[in-house]
Design a protein around this ligand. Structure first.
Ligand SMILES: C[S@@+](CC[C@H](N)C(=O)[O-])C[C@H]1O[C@@H](n2cnc3c(N)ncnc32)[C@H](O)[C@@H]1O
Length: 367
C-alpha cells in the first residue's frame, strides 16, 4: 500500500528533516480511520503524520518544540497557489530597507554574495513573525533549498552540503577548502518560482487542525476541545537531542542565531534513561487526557548504534506503564528503517548513525 500516486503528496517534500519517518507509515495506518476522527502527533517533526491525516481528509494536530520542524509541518497544512507564494516572495525582495547580513569566512564560502543578500532580505521579513500561510510556505520552501549537495535533483543555494542537517561551520569549511568547492551563483527568486510550481501543482483538500511550536510535556494539545482517536508518533530516540543545533542554518533563516545553537531548549530529557522515561510518561499522560477511550497509539522507536542504553522499546514500554493512564500495549513489531537519502553523508559526519532496526509499538487507551 503506497501513498497516492497523483501529485498531492509533493508538498510533503518541501524540506528535508533528519529524523523524518516515511509518509507511508502513518498513511497506511490511517487507512483504518473513519471520517470525522482526529489524529495527534506530539513529536510531529516535519509533519509526516499531520500530512498523512490530511491526505485521508482527517483533522490533525501536531506539536514540536523545534521551531524549524514546526514551520515545515505548518506548511503541510496550508493550501495556496504557487502564484501567491511567488508574488509574496517578489514583494519581499522589492523592499529596499537595509538588512543585517552575517559576515565571516563561513558565510563567504557558503553563499555567493547576491544569494546571501536575498536570503537576508527574506530572513528580515521572517524575523517579524510568520503571519500568513504565504509566509509559512515560503519559509519552509526556502529552508528546503537553503543547503544541499551540488548536482542534486533539487537545486540548492549553498556550497556543497548535506540536505537534511547542517554541519558545524568549521567542519564544513575544512571540507570546502580541501575540495576547492565554491558557492553557486543563483537567482533565488527563480528557484522559489520553480519549486513552488512543483510543490503546489496539486494539493490535498484543506482539513481542520493545526501545528504548534511547543513542548509536549506541557500538554498544550490537551487544552483543545478535540478528542483524538489516533496518535502516530516517533519521540526523539534516546541519545539524539541535537534537533535544533543540527538545523542551525534553517533556524537562522527564520530568525535564529548565525551559528549552531547548543542550548536547544524544550527537548525530552536525555541525561539518563530514567529522566527520558519520566518525560515520555508525562507526555503519554497528557495524551491520554486528550483522547477518546479506545484511541490507538502507534509509536516508532529505535536505538542509536553505539549508545550504551537499554533497548528503546523497553524504555517506551516503561514510560507507558509509568504514565498509568490506561495505555494497554497490544503488539511490538520490528521494522526496517527507511533507506536514508543517497547523498554522500559519510563525508559530512551525520549527527547520529541511524538504527539498524526500529520497533513499532501499538497500544490502545482502555476505557
Ligand atoms: C524522531 S523526531 C520526529 C520525526 C517526525 N516523525 C517526522 O516525520 O519528521 C522527534 C521530534 O521530537 C521533537 N521533540 C523533542 N522534544 C520535544 C518536546 N519536549 N516536545 C515536543 N517535541 C519535542 C524533536 O524536535 C523532533 O522533531
Amino acid at each position: 500500500m503506497r501513498p497516492p500516486t497523483d501529485n498531492t503528496w509533493r508538498l510533503h517534500t518541501i524540506c528535508p528533516y533528519f529524523t523524518r519517518f516515511p509518509l507511508r507509515f502513518p498513511y497506511e495506518r490511517l487507512r483504518r480511520a473513519h471520517a470525522g476522527q482526529w489524529v495527534l502527533d506530539p513529536f510531529c517533526g516535519s509533519g509526516a503524520t499531520v500530512f498523512a491525516a490530511r491526505l485521508h481528509g482527517l483533522g490533525a494536530v501536531g506539536v514540536d518544540s523545534n521551531p524549524v520542524a514546526a514551520v515545515i509541518a505548518r506548511a503541510k497544512c496550508c493550501r495556496l497557489t504557487a502564484r501567491a507564494v511567488t508574488a509574496h516572495a517578489a514583494d519581499i525582495l522589492t523592499d529596499t530597507r537595509p538588512v543585517e547580513t552575517p559576515t565571516g569566512p563561513f558565510w563567504e564560502a557558503a553563499y555567493a554574495p547576491e544569494v546571501l543578500r536575498a536570503l537576508c532580505r527574506f530572513r528580515a521579513h521572517f524575523c517579524a513573525g510568520l503571519k500568513t500561510p504565504a509566509d509559512v510556505v515560503l519559509a519552509a520552501l526556502l529552508m528546503g533549498v537553503l543547503h544541499g549537495p551540488k548536482h542534486s535533483v533539487i537545486h540548492c543555494c549553498s556550497n556543497h552540503m548535506p540536505a537534511d542537517f547542517a554541519p558545524c561551520p568549521h567542519r564544513i569549511m575544512a571540507d570546502w577548502s580541501r575540495s576547492g568547492a565554491r558557492p553557486p551563483h543563483c537567482d533565488v527568486y527563480a528557484m522559489i518560482a520553480r519549486r513552488a510550481a512543483y510543490l503546489l501543482a496539486a494539493q490535498p483538500a484543506r482539513t481542520p487542525g493545526a501545528v504548534y511550536e511547543n513542548d509536549s510535556r506541557s500538554g498544550c494539545f490537551a487544552s483543545h476541545r478535540i478528542r483524538f482517536d489516533w496518535i502516530i508518533t516517533s519521540p526523539p530516540y534516546y541519545g539524539l537531542d541535537s534537533f535544533v543545533a543540527d538545523q542551525w542554518l534553517r533556524h537562522w533563516l527564520i530568525g535564529g542565531p548565525a551559528q549552531p545553537d547548543k542550548n536547544a531548549v524544550r527537548q525530552i530529557a536525555q541525561d539518563t534513561p530514567e529522566q527520558y522515561v519520566a518525560d515520555l510518561a508525562t507526555v503519554w499522560q497528557h495524551v491520554a487526557t486528550a483522547c477518546r477511550p479506545g484511541a490507538r497509539l502507534l509509536v516508532r522507536v529505535g536505538n542509536l548504534p553505539g549508545m550504551d542504553a537499554p533497548p528503546a522499546v523497553e524504555l517506551l514500554k516503561h514510560s507507558l506503564r509509568q504514565a498509568a493512564s490506561g495505555w494497554k500495549i497490544h503488539t511490538c513489531r520490528t521494522t526496517k528503517p527507511p533507506r536514508r537519502s543517497r547523498q554522500p553523508r559519510a563525508q559530512f559526519a551525520a549527527p547520529a548513525p541511524w538504527p539498524e532496526n526500529e520497533t513499532e509499538l501499538y497500544a490502545q487507551l482502555m476505557p
